[in-house]
Each structure stands twice: as structure tokens, then as C-alpha cells.
Design a binder for this molecule. Structure first.
Ligand code: ADP
Ligand code: ASP
Ligand code: MG
Length: 453
């Protein structure tokens, strides 16, 4: 059995949804289909909420969203499901209208209300897609994708979700089965939550892992995983295959193809992922498994995370390198802050970490508390945070076999007059990463891509 996930662009228009229908109807009935909201809808839901909170005229935007859904229902939903699908969507749209009215009255969007608002995207797209595909059965993902609070985030409760997914789908005959991605429910409060932007991939992976699927197919708008984002690098090429580890590195360093947490559950069960194109279903796509072709493609790609913040710890701390690193790393991890680059101490005895700019304030607080004794006794002179940077990463299990690879990249960036503000070799030899000024991001990606491809 395969789990298929169709992203926003794949369920964005009458044309793309016709492709989805053709693809799914050609597969066995036990196929499970996870869908995103209609393309661009999640952004629209958020923008309209902001408009309402600012006292703007949100109603026309709301009407456009409503009309878009009804146009698809009218054109594509099979006759005998048209009425019930319209009723379901209509009732959700009324609920959405009431929520916007409340936001307009309040002049603010509390986080819980925003979670409620973005959930309408998948709550509407799932019944519509189920209404389009012959014999499809609809499943409510709020019943089996559960989250728990982790600092200010909601994270999947994987164990509970696993059990509920098994209960939901086991022994269910007929199908295909359709459900909405991204949305979830807090296991304690019952509030609607979500798995984070791009999270439909993760819903599909949780389902695939729980049901021991044969394959997780991510259907999107490109022919496969490419050597760089094709929107930035015009001559990026599709990779026929890569390993779980390589895809994990590329995605956590910003390649938008798969939402990063997605890979772990299927990697753990050794369920391969395919990246396929809804608009070109004949293309062979990218096959992601536990092996990697390092001969043909020692390097799999170049990518970047923008909004990087660089944290520096300055002081006379050379003899305690490992200890300081571990303490800083653990203090941040305990507070829910991910560190994606850990640099070697530099000439001025400084340590550098790269984090997301969104975590900057919290990091400052956490590190100042952790190192309060050293800051007082002078063994650390200061802790600084600077935003406005990008982390550019080169990924491939074959990197370690390329002689002098780091030197060649450094030289290439220097020739383009791009300053490297920190660098790291990662922990598993599969990635090399470099922090550069955000304005140099595209040029750095292009230069490194040109070196390898
Ligand atoms: P979906 O709506 O299907 O989830 P996303 O927009 O999340 O699609 O992901 C697909 C997009 O990822 C592509 O359109 C492409 O612009 C972008 N992308 C970024 N890096 C890569 C890469 N290395 N290979 C392919 N696509 C990439
Ligand atoms: N609709 C959600 C988003 O736009 C989830 C997804 O598309 O995966 O982020
Ligand atoms: Mg996506």
C-alpha cells in the first residue's frame, strides 16, 4: 500500500485536480491520499486574518476564497456527492466568516485563533478531493493526528498518533482513502493545532510509518529533488536517487521539497520516499531510500536557510572547547532551540552557533543564564547575536571522498568576494555549511552549484 501526498499546487486548480483524480483512480483501492489546502490558500487565510485585525475590508478576500472552492465543487465533484460536499464546505465557510468577524471585533489574532483559521484550508480541501475521486472515503485527520505542547510550539505526539492511525485505517475496506494534511488536535485540550507550515508531508509520513506502507509518494510541482531550487538556479538538474540522510540534510538546510520532520518516521521504518510531479506524472522522479549513488552524484545539492542568526561566545576559553560547546548546545536544546551549525573556535577564541533568527531573543536569555558565572568571573567576555545572515549548505555522502573539497568551496566563495562568517563540517560528513551575509545567498548558491554541477 502506498501513501500519496498532494501539495498545494497539485490541488490548486481544476486542471491540477483533474490530474490528481487520474493518478489516484489508476491506483489500488487501499491507497491513502493526504492533501494540502488549495494552493496559496493558507497564506490567504493568514493575510485575510491580518486584514481583519487591522480593521480592513476583509469580506471581499473571504468571498474570493469561498468562490474558489465552490468553482471546484461545481466543476469536478462527482454528481452524487455534490450536495453533501457543498453543505460541508458551506458550513466550514460560515464558521470561518464568524471567526474573521471575531478577529475584526477584537483587533487582534490570538495564536489559538490563527491555528483555527489556517485549519480551514485542509478541512475544506479534503472533502472536496474526496468528492472528486471515484469511490473515495473521507477521514478526519483531527481524529488521529495529535500534538502536544513543547515550549511555544506544537509537536506531533508520534506514539499516540501511531495508535490512532492504526485504529482509523485498519480493516477499512474500499477506498481510496482521503484525509487532510497539516491539521492536528492538541491531545490535552482538544484545540485545533497544526504540524507547522508545509506539514502535510509530515501527516503523510506519520500515516505511512504507522501502517507500514510500501512507499511514501510526495506529489508536487517539480520533476523531483533537484541539485538546487530551480526557482533560483535555472540549470539545476533532477537527481534520480538520494539517501534518507542526504534528503534530511538538504531539507533541514532549507530545500523546500520535503518538510524536514517528515523524513524521520519513514527512515525509521525504511519506507522509501518518491518525489513526483503531478503536472508530469510520466517523469521518474527521485527515489529516496537508505542507499545513495555516490559515484554518479557524490554531491546531491546546494541549498540555504535564510533568517540565520549567528551567536558568538567570546572569551579566554580555548581549553574548554568541548565543554562549552556541549553546555551551550544542551541549554539551547532544553529550551526548544535548534542549532543548525556549530563552528570551530576562531582566531579570537570565539565560538559560533547558527540558529534561526526567530529564536534569537530566547537564545540570548538562555545563554546569559547558562554562562552567568563565567560572565561574572570574566572567563567569558561577552555573548552576541547577529541576524541578517544565511546558512548555505552543500550536501552529499560522497563529499568526504572529494579531495580538498572544503578548500575548493572556500576559494570559490572568496573569488566572488563573499565573506564566510562561520563554517562547519557537520557531524556525519554529509554536509558542509557556510554562514554568509543574507545579501550574498543567491550568489553563494550559484557559485557552489557551478563548482559541482
Ligand atoms: P508543495 O506545495 O507540493 O508542498 P512546495 O512548494 O512545498 O510544494 O515544494 C516544492 C517546491 O520546492 C518547488 O516548486 C521548488 O521551487 C522548491 N525547491 C526548493 N529546493 C528544491 C530542490 N532542491 N529541488 C526541487 N525543488 C526545490
Ligand atoms: N497548507 C499548509 C501550508 O501551506 C500545509 C502544507 O501545504 O503542507 O503550509
Ligand atoms: Mg511542501
Amino acid at each position: 500500500m502506498n501513501v500519496l501526498k498532494f501539495g498545494g499546487t497539485s490541488v490548486g486548480t481544476v486542471e491540477s485536480l483533474s490530474n490528481v483524480k487520474r493518478i489516484v483512480e489508476s491506483l489500488p483501492a487501499d491507497t491513502i491520499v493526504v492533501v494540502s489546502a488549495l494552493g496559496g490558500l493558507t497564506d490567504k487565510l493568514i493575510a485575510t486574518a491580518s486584514l481583519a485585525a487591522e480593521g480592513g475590508d476583509w469580506a471581499p478576500e473571504y468571498e474570493k476564497m469561498a468562490a474558489r472552492h465552490f468553482q471546484i465543487i461545481d466543476t469536478l465533484v462527482v454528481e452524487d456527492k455534490k450536495e453533501t460536499t457543498s453543505e460541508v464546505v458551506n458550513s466550514l465557510l460560515l464558521d470561518l466568516r464568524r471567526t474573521y468577524e471575531a478577529v475584526a471585533l477584537l483587533g487582534d489574532i490570538p495564536p489559538r485563533t490563527l491555528d483555527q483559521i489556517v485549519s480551514f484550508g485542509e478541512r475544506m480541501s479534503a472533502p472536496i478531493v474526496a468528492g472528486i475521486i471515484r469511490d473515495a472515503k473521507l477521514h478526519n485527520s483531527l481524529d488521529f493526528i495529535k500534538t502536544e505542547k513543547w515550549f511555544d510550539k506544537n509537536i506531533a505526539d508520534a506514539a499516540l498518533s501511531h495508535d490512532l492511525i492504526v485504529k482509523e485505517f485498519s480493516g477499512k475496506c474500499g477506498g481510496p482513502h482521503v484525509t487532510g494534511g497539516f491539521i492536528a488536535q492538541d491531545r490535552d485540550s482538544g484545540q485545533i493545532t497544526n504540524l507547522g507550515r508545509g506539514g502535510s508531508d509530515y501527516t503523510a509520513a506519520l500515516i505511512a510509518a504507522a501502517l507500514d506502507a510500501d512507499m511514501l509518494d510526495i506529489w508536487t510541482d517539480v520533476d523531483g529533488f533537484m541539485t538546487a531550487d530551480p526557482r533560483i538556479i535555472k540549470d539545476a538538474v533532477v537527481l534520480p536517487e538520494m539517501s534518507f540522510v542526504e534528503s534530511m540534510e538538504l531539507c533541514s538546510f532549507g530545500a523546500k521539497v520535503i518538510y524536514p520532520p517528515t523524513i524521520y518516521p519513514v527512515f525509521h521504518k525504511n519506507i522509501p520516499i518518491r518525489i513526483l510531479n503531478t503536472f508530469n506524472p510520466g517523469a521518474s522522479g527521485t527515489f529516496i531510500s537508505d542507499s545513495s549513488d555516490c559515484d554518479a552524484f557524490p554531491v546531491k545539492g546546494v541549498t540555504a536557510v535564510r533568517n540565520t542568526c549567528l551567536v558568538h561566545l567570546y572569551g579566554n576559553i580555548t581549553e574548554n572547547v568541548a565543554k562549552i560547546n556541549t553546555r551551550a548546545y544542551n541549554a539551547m536544546a532544553r529550551n526548544g532551540i535548534s542549532v543548525f551549525l556549530l563552528s570551530q573556535p576562531g582566531e579570537n577564541h570565539e565560538f559560533a552557533f547558527a540558529i534561526s533568527s526567530a529564536d534569537m531573543q530566547r537564545t540570548n536569555k538562555v545563554l546569559n543564564e547558562e554562562f552567568a558565572p563565567e560572565l561574572i568571573d570574566g572567563s567569558l567576555s561577552s555573548i552576541s547575536t547577529t541576524s541578517g545572515m544565511s546558512t548555505v549548505a552543500v550536501v552529499g555522502e560522497g563529499l568526504k571522498n572529494i579531495k580538498g573539497v572544503k578548500g575548493r568551496i572556500v576559494h570559490t566563495l572568496q573569488r566572488k568576494s563573499i565573506d564566510i562568517l562561520a563554517s562547519s563540517e557537520g557531524s556525519n560528513d554529509t554536509a558542509l555549511s557556510f554562514v554568509v551575509d543574507e545579501k550574498d545567498t543567491v550568489e553563494a548558491i550559484a557559485a557552489i552549484h557551478g563548482l559541482f554541477f
